[in-house]
Design a binder for this molecule. Structure first.
Ligand code: AMP
Length: 942
């Protein structure tokens, strides 16, 4: 082949020869010499045999352009009336060709059950184009149609179009505006009429994988009848599809594939693709406990990792753990993939592939799908294109497709918003499934965009095996009852075509069953001794016990150097007036003439972490500047709009500092960062809400992943959430980050909830999150007005020497014996309390800040108050209404500590806060101010 290629280089007369040969191959692959056919087959643009050569897409494109140009030069008849009529018809024929490309999918045979109500598509009728049967034998130019001929009789053109667009694959791609992509797709389908000639070897392999898919379900059905497993029966083609995706992408140089999928078919994928041991699965069916710690999860939520071998080398597979909230795993997978790509410096997404599997009802119904598509080409989120598979069983639990499940014909229409091509493919035609799969992965690798395969199938046993589907879908299930399985249909076809005989078919079934009986692995590409360099080593982060203490100090001199660097903006960056003032102030902070404020302390935390080798990734709406204009980590040049990010210029070869203003999403955006953080243990990954309350748009991420992922799945996560919180009269939607919800989710030291009140505290808190080995989510209720509070400043020494204080003891100069009252509080209300005390000269009241509400620091709190031996009253003061904030979740800890200092109090704890309220905050400034005054007063006097 090497020799052949050298002699057939695309120049001079060789080019013409190859072009001719290639055209011949396009119209009839059998008509070219064997050697050439094999070569053309091996081009990734054409669906060849199992031995796929190195991708040579550019060469294929060159062929394609040559072929197209030659056609465009073909003469058009002119002159006579007859010729003009011919020309008019020629135009109509070209329109007809385009009509098939636009709407052929509506006529395609994509539903294995034949239940799809196929509308008549007028554009595909001859009469619509003012053509008739009388024109069938007339020869027309084929224009851009890829059938390997410049002209052909109309009947032949129509036959090619029908075969390409109206058989088992319904292609939707004409919504794409990029001509190159469209032409590429036309070529891929038209040149083989959507049905490449696969070799017997390839087809036997497909049958073997189908047999595995069916065999596993049959095995489980007979062993555990009626037990829920969300079986794949009806959609078995999914297994050969994923097998091909992995093998082909491995051949492209992909080294990791991250898969997200819901329940249906998950066990099948685990065993037949990822190589989970069948005996382990059986143990789970038998109810044996599989994990040592935590609550565990049902078997069809479990993730898995393994390595498989492909023609291009070993590939690491990671199936993400997922909750029953179906589509939410999609952005988690994207985050995980992006993290792996960043780790590999794979900015194009060539080495890590996201594969997301949807259900038809969920993909059309759930909003996070839209959010994730929206992020697919954004700077901070793109992953070089995702391959989406819809296991489309044409019903959502008991909700029928028509009328109730969606408003448009296809469940995949959402993908058109990012101009993804969509291939609807009949699950009972595995050859077509294979072709659609190959085009999908090739498209992804070529154009780095999302692509969708809509595998149209059915669920033979209803929503799950404990369910009776005929009660709600009677007609569908009558049909299914008498419908042969995809494997049966395919095996029959292969026997009829002489590819193999009945005995071989039976041999495949028996062989698979035998493997299962013997507990053998049945994923035939599984690597038994995986190369662990392909994934992150988490062992340094495992097994750490919770401790609040951590040495987060940092060398003062180096910090000064870093701080100076961070204020260094090149002369040619024309800085906007207010931003220039921020940096001017920061320079004064470095010099020591101004106290360090929140924004500078926070950015210094990032700088010191980077200096110590930890990457930092920060995202959120308006995060570069900060919603409240405190950060200004990105400086925008007023002259040309370019940006300067000081944290990216600290030292040569420093770890990445990435900061992105996110798109306006909470659910998708936070889930993405969860995925990123669970894949990147050595970095600080933080997501910032615009206002803290908006995080409730991502409640599912908080409930299902952040708070419970470790106990359910053993997956550690060091994600940090920055949630602006504070009662400042801004109304019900901009005051509360819903502290009470986070505290309610806290148990088993699952996460940290902190409310820092000084710049030094945020500095040490952010550093603590990365410097120590423990990886736990960190929820920070971050400030708003406190960002500029004159008393909320720290010194460089506070930063360099200190550490995070879970409790800040009283800062006044009180005589301990004189203290009768202690006020506990968290957050900015401390400053209101301190100023009230100063104004009223109260020396009998201590104010203690609890800066970490969970895990609750009882010991530190005790240390802060144990010298107050004459204590008479303990009060908790909060800005939030009584039914919100920390009151109900944290009071038992405070009572317990107070009781240790003075058991005579009987554990009594006073409450000074707003009255119970349905809304988080008052909408009127006057009401807010009166409430605030009253709750501070009550803390001292109530
Ligand atoms: P993955 O690349 O996601 O398949 O992960 C490879 C291996 O790393 C897994 O099998 C786990 O043992 C481990 N691992 C991955 N992510 C985590 C995590 N977030 N917490 C703990 N261990 C992990």
């Amino acid at each position: 082949m090497e020799l052949m290629w050298r002699t057939s280089h695309m120049s001079g007369s060789n080019a013409h020869y190859v072009e001719e040969l290639y055209e011949q191959y396009l119209s009839d692959p059998q008509s070219v010499p064997d050697e050439w056919r094999q070569y053309f087959d091996s081009l990734p643009g054409y669906d060849g045999g199992p031995s796929r050569d190195v991708p040579l897409a550019p060469i294929r494109d060159q062929f394609y352009h040559l072929a197209r140009d030659r056609r465009s030069l073909a003469p058009v008849a002119s002159g006579t009336a007859e010729n003009e009529e011919t020309n008019r018809k020629q135009v109509r024929v070209l329109q007809l060709i385009n009509a098939y490309r636009f709407r052929g999918h509506q006529k395609a045979n994509i539903d294995p059950l034949g239940l799809r109500i196929a509308e008549t598509v007028p554009d595909l009728e001859l009469s619509f184009h003012q053509l008739s049967d009388a024109d069938m034998d007339t020869e027309f130019q084929t224009g851009s149609l890829f059938i390997g001929k410049d002209s052909a009789p109309l009947k032949e053109i129509i036959q090619a179009l029908e075969q390409t667009y109206c058989r088992s694959i319904g292609c939707e791609f004409m919504h794409i505006v990029n001509t190159e992509e469209k032409r590429w797709l036309e070529q891929r389908f038209e040149s083989v009429r959507s049905r490449p000639d696969y070799s017997a070897e390839v087809r036997k392999h497909v049958l073997e994988r189908l047999t595995a898919a069916e065999g596993l379900e049959n095995y489980l059905a007979s062993r555990y009848p009626g037990t829920k497993r969300f079986g794949l029966e009806g959609g078995e083609s999914f297994i050969p599809m994923v097998d091909e995706l992995i093998q082909r992408s491995g051949n492209y140089g992909v080294r990791e594939v991250v898969i997200g999928m819901a329940h249906r078919g998950r066990l099948n994928l685990l065993v037949n693709i990822l190589g989970k041991s069948p005996s382990e699965l059986i143990d789970e069916f038998d109810g044996k406990k599989m994990i040592e710690h935590g609550s565990g999860d049902v078997k069809y939520h479990q993730g898995f990792s393994s390595n498989v071998m492909t023609p291009g080398g070993e590939v690491h597979l990671a199936l993400a753990f997922n909750p029953s909230h179906l589509e939410i795993v999609m952005p988690v997978v994207e985050g995980s993939v992006r993290a792996r790509q960043d780790r590999r410096d794979d900015s194009e997404g060539d080495q890590v592939l996201p594969l997301v599997v949807h259900g038809d009802a969920a993909v059309a119904g759930q909003g996070v799908v839209m959010e994730t598509f929206q992020m697919s080409q954004l700077r901070g989120y793109k992953t070089g294109g995702t391959v989406h598979i819809v296991i489309n069983n044409q019903v959502g639990f008991t909700t029928s497709r028509q009328d109730d499940a969606r408003s448009t014909e296809y469940c995949t229409d959402i993908a058109k918003m990012v101009q993804s091509p969509i291939f609807h493919v009949n699950g009972d035609d595995p050859d077509a499934v294979l072709h659609a799969t190959q085009v999908a992965i090739d498209y992804r690798q070529q154009f780095k965009k999302d692509v969708v395969i809509d595998l149209i199938c059915y669920r033979r046993r209803g929503h799950n095996e404990a369910d009776e589907p005929s009660g709600t879908q009677p007609l569908m299930y009558q049909k299914i009852k008498s419908h042969d399985s995809s494997r049966t249909i395919y095996a029959r076809r292969l026997v009829e075509e002489g590819v193999l005989d009945e005995d071989e078919v039976k041999g495949l079934i028996d062989g698979y069953r035998e493997d299962l009986d013997n507990g053998n692995h049945v994923a035939n590409a599984l690597v038994q001794e995986p190369n662990s360099n392909l994934f992150v080593d988490w062992t340094p982060y495992l097994g750490h016990r919770w401790t609040g203490e951590s040495d987060t100090s940092f060398d003062l001199k180096r910090m000064q150097e870093l701080a100076t660097k961070m204020c260094d903006i090149p002369d040619d960056v024309d800085t906007q007036r207010q931003v220039a003032k921020v940096y001017e102030d920061r320079r004064k902070m470095v010099a020591g003439s101004l106290g360090i404020n929140w924004g500078f302390a926070e950015t210094l935390a990032y700088a010191t972490l980077i200096d110590q080798g930890h990457p930092v990734r920060l995202t959120g709406q308006d995060t570069g500047r900060g919603t409240f204009s405190h950060r200004h980590a990105v400086v925008h040049n007023q002259k040309d709009g370019s940006i300067w990010t000081p944290l990216c210029h600290l030292k040569p070869n420093q770890p990445d500092f990435t900061i992105y203003d996110s798109f306006l999403s909470e659910e998708g955006a936070m889930a993405f960062e969860y995925g990123y953080a669970t894949t990147t243990p050595n970095a600080l990954i933080a997501w910032e809400a615009q206002f803290g309350d908006f995080a409730n748009g991502a409640q599912v991420v908080i409930d299902q992943f952040i708070s419970s992922g470790e106990t359910k799945w053993g997956r550690l996560c060091g994600l940090t959430l920055l949630l602006p919180h504070g009662y400042e009269g801004q109304g019900p939607e901009h005051s509360s980050a819903r502290l009470e919800r986070f505290l309610q989710l806290c148990a088993e030291e699952n996460m940290q909830v902190c409310v820092p009140t000084t710049p030094a505290q945020i500095f040490h808190l952010l550093r603590r999150q990365v410097i120590r080995g423990l990886r736990k989510p960190l929820i920070i209720l971050s400030p708003k007005s406190l960002l500029r509070h004159k008393d909320a400043t720290s010194s460089l020494e506070d930063l360099s020497d200190g550490r995070f204080q879970m409790v800040i003891p009283d800062q006044g100069k009180l005589e301990a014996e004189q203290v009768k009252r202690v006020i506990f509080c968290s957050g900015k209300v401390y400053y209101d309390l301190a100023s009230w005390r100063a104004e009223n000269e109260r020396s009998d009241t201590a104010i203690i800040r609890i800066e970490q509400l969970y895990p609750f620091p009882e010991e530190s709190l005790l240390a802060a108050i144990e010298s107050y031996t004459n204590l008479e009253r303990v009060v908790w003061c909060q800005e939030e209404p009584k039914n919100q904030g920390a009151w109900y979740q944290s009071q038992h800890h405070m009572r317990k500590v107070a009781d240790q200092v003075n058991p005579g109090l009987g554990g009594e704890l006073g409450f000074a806060g707003r009255a119970e309220s349905a809304a988080p905050a008052a909408g009127y400034m006057a009401v807010h101010s009166e409430q605030q005054r009253s709750l501070v007063d009550k803390a001292f006097n109530g």
